[in-house]
Design a protein around this ligand. Structure first.
Ligand SMILES: Cc1cc2nc3c(=O)[nH]c(=O)nc-3n(C[C@H](O)[C@H](O)[C@H](O)COP(=O)(O)OP(=O)(O)OC[C@H]3O[C@@H](n4cnc5c(N)ncnc54)[C@H](O)[C@@H]3O)c2cc1C
Length: 385
């Protein structure tokens, strides 16, 4: 499986790196401080066609593919993880439609998603159903040519700003566990759909994380994705695909922290020398650089593998599933370790908000938690062995 970057990908990477440096990085601290959804960043992504990276040309996408999307996310996350998550959630929310949507659904929703005119969210988690998806209680009951959905979702990224939400609900409560779950497309403005609590978070603060409340929400029956009761495989496959962009986000955060720590330790003078000249510091930085490079290799390998998998493939090969979980696990653990080390390398300044590494450390933590915690990645990996 080759995962060398093509010339086109290298050019795209350079362009996005420049956008990140010039347009995204300068506002990162303010975004973190204000915790407001970054509409300015959405506009930058729209202008540069970045929302369409993984969408087919037929729907207005640029069809660069999942690997290229990961490269974009990595570059943006180096500067601002809250901005990178805008693209990540876009992929997460669109993926169920990619995997199980019919032509009418794709024709209806993809053109506006591919340009970023519309944003999308993925509403799975509930207060009693996090790692264990089978615990969801949200119900969808067929009523003529509609389904009526009732329940509440928690921790939904961008649920308040999304025009379209992919919502998981039980259509058959008589069967236990993950059976009887279906996925629905729910449009913003549908009566009964409302937003509850906005979470205050440790990191990723400009990304909104909200409660989504569904009270007698009537959606047309044609908004179901795939067959009734077959939502669980769609959810699992969605996460198999989108864990790779999360790995890319973690990788970007880690690289951003290493870059800053190298520059800082070369400039900071103690004992009459730049602290970079001390072997203890060099060894720490050599470890950090090595760990980030290792995380990059597994992430790129997983991205290349997933790019070559048709999204309508019935069942993903288990080696492929294993690789997305490995990539997310390794990259997330690396991001947490490396950003913590970067704070250490800045000494007391690392702990102060004027320097970006404390934000990067706070932002890194989420990559060990969402789209399956690191423990859940180990369960996924073990299940394929
Ligand atoms: C900022 C943010 C954004 C999010 N965005 C979204 C979103 O857009 N859409 C969405 O649907 N969800 C979203 N989530 C939810 C997220 O995916 C869940 O929080 C995550 O999957 C963990 O579920 P939980 O919080 O209920 O933890 P729990 O499942 O309660 O886990 C608690 C602890 O137990 C461990 N654990 C659980 N089961 C096992 C086991 N079998 N073996 C070993 N350890 C185990 C976990 O690893 C964890 O350490 C988001 C969460 C956050 C914080």
């Amino acid at each position: 499986m080759a995962y060398d970057l093509t010339d086109e990908q290298k050019m795209m990477q350079d362009t996005v790196a420049r956008i990140a440096r010039e347009q995204i990085a300068p506002g990162a601290e303010k975004r973190d401080e204000e915790a407001a959804f970054p509409w300015d960043v959405v506009e930058i992504f729209r202008e540069n066609g970045l929302f369409g990276a993984d969408f087919p040309e037929a729907y207005g996408g640029s069809k660069m593919g999942l690997f290229s999307l990961c490269l974009v996310i990595e570059e943006i996350a180096k500067a601002c993880a809250s901005s990178a998550v805008v693209l990540l959630v876009h992929e997460l929310g669109s993926m169920p439609i990619f995997l199980a949507g019919n032509e009418e659904q794709k024709n209806k929703y993809f053109p506006k998603l591919a340009t970023g005119e519309h944003l999308v969210a993925f509403a799975l988690t509930e207060p009693n159903a996090g790692s264990d998806v089978s615990g969801i209680k949200t119900k969808a009951v067929k009523d003529g040519d509609h389904y009526v959905i009732n329940g509440s979702k928690t921790f939904i990224s961008h649920g308040d700003v999304a025009d379209v939400l992919c919502v998981a609900a039980k259509t058959d409560v008589s069967v236990p566990g993950h059976k009887g779950i279906s996925m629905f497309i729910v449009e913003k403005g549908t009566p009964g759909l409302s937003i509850g609590k906005h979470e205050k978070k440790l990191g990723l603060r400009a990304s909104h994380t909200v409660e989504v409340i569904l009270e007698d929400v009537r959606v047309p029956a044609e908004n179901i994705l795939g067959d009734e009761g077959h939502g669980f495989p769609i959810i699992m496959k969605t996460l198999d695909f989108t864990r790779v962009p999360v790995a890319a986000q973690a990788l970007g955060i880690a690289q951003g922290a290493v870059d800053y720590a190298i520059q800082y330790t070369k400039e900071r003078i103690q004992f009459g020398k730049p602290i970079f000249s001390f072997q203890g510091i060099q060894w720490m930085i050599a470890d950090m650089v090595s760990q980030v490079e290792a995380a990059r290799q597994v992430t790129y390998k997983a991205a290349a593998a997933f790019e070559n998998i048709p999204k309508d493939m019935e069942k993903l090969p288990k080696e492929i599933v294993r690789f997305s979980a490995i990539a997310k696990l390794v990259a997330a653990e690396t991001a947490m370790k490396v950003t913590t080390d970067a704070v250490q390398l800045l000494g007391g300044y690392g702990y102060i908000r004027d320097y970006p590494v404390e934000r990067m450390m706070r932002d890194a933590k989420i990559t060990q938690l969402y789209e399956g915690t690191s423990q859940i990645q180990k369960i996924v990996i073990a299940a394929t062995l």
